[in-house]
Design a protein around this ligand. Sequence first.
Ligand SMILES: CCCCCC/C=C/C(=O)SCCNC(=O)CCNC(=O)[C@H](O)C(C)(C)COP(=O)(O)OP(=O)(O)OC[C@H]1O[C@@H](n2cnc3c(N)ncnc32)[C@H](O)[C@@H]1OP(=O)(O)O
Length: 346
Amino acid sequence: MAMAYLAWRLARRSCPSSLQVTSFPVVQLHMNRTAMRASQKDFENSMNQVKLLKKDPGNEVKLKLYALYKQATEGPCNMPKPGVFDLINKAKWDAWNALGSLPKEAARQNYVDLVSSLSPSLESSSQVEPGTDRKSTGFETLVVTSEDGITKIMFNRPKKKNAINTEMYHEIMRALKAASKDDSIITVLTGNGDYYSSGNDLTNFTDIPPGGVEEKAKNNAVLLREFVGCFIDFPKPLIAVVNGPAVGISVTLLGLFDAVYASDRATFHTPFSHLGQSPEGCSSYTFPKIMSPAKALRISKEVIRKREREKLHAVNAEECNVLQGRWLSDECTNAVVNFLSRKSKL
Ligand SMILES: CCCCCC/C=C/C(=O)SCCNC(=O)CCNC(=O)[C@H](O)C(C)(C)COP(=O)(O)OP(=O)(O)OC[C@H]1O[C@@H](n2cnc3c(N)ncnc32)[C@H](O)[C@@H]1OP(=O)(O)O
């Protein structure tokens, strides 16, 4: 979360347009933690995580942790050198003293990095359940937390690459509506696990109602229109932190965000023709238009979006109408069947 906040602040302060590497304002963001400053809270979390380590990390690592902890809290080594026969204290002193004049902040960051490298699983679980975040319950497919003025909506179907199923569409809308009314200033969307999102869950096309495929296509179009509408109308700055590959609707929607940060693992893929589909998420309008600079204070956003809202809703409606027809086409049906029978991959 600190990363998203830092990224957002950087964008507000000085993000030059030359950093925007695609048609929407994507800023390449290296998620390697060494590029960031660990906060005191990160440091304290790491200290707690050390206590939870299941495996003894070995003396060398323990000495390193000790040295970084002392450096982060007290600065350069200030103890008299122990005698040669005081083996344990001598080893500790050597480790601390070896850090020289490393600044406290850097030692704190190195400590946090070292702890997270010891147990990646601890890091991801702490991401999902941050100790002091205000966490909204009642979501099956998302983890929604609020902290320091930032509401974070995290897609949480990592085993399915965060594919968006019907329940998740509804939950995202619900989370956005709540975020628009809570006391946060910005809202961040990101994904849990290796993917940002693999887009629409293709099993959404399999559950056919009594009215047949036409009714299914119509229902999907209604849902899609409402879903995209929530992004058009979202009143606060909306930031995507694209932590990994993004596919389909998770990409096309990005044109409605105010800033998009991409990790070095992020890729963007819109397989419209592969799936026999057509654009959605207002991308037929926003992508060619290229988003304006990523300055998104709430008031400016209202001024900017006011002029666009009607147009965007019209584009959204038209896209949904066309898609409703595409979903009944042979190309689309075959593509979905191919994926579901595991013959075809992107
Ligand atoms: C209300 C409807 C509105 C519709 C709006 C229009 C939206 C359009 C789009 O979003 S189009 C894009 C649709 N997405 C795709 O075509 C991606 C399909 N997925 C893949 O090609 C691959 O899964 C992958 C490249 C994303 C990842 O490949 P790989 O690393 O080999 O992993 P797996 O394929 O084994 O995936 C793991 C697990 O996740 C399931 N899964 C992944 N993506 C989807 C998906 N989009 N829909 C359904 N299921 C998905 C996959 O089946 C595996 O499940 P399993 O472990 O086999 O149970």
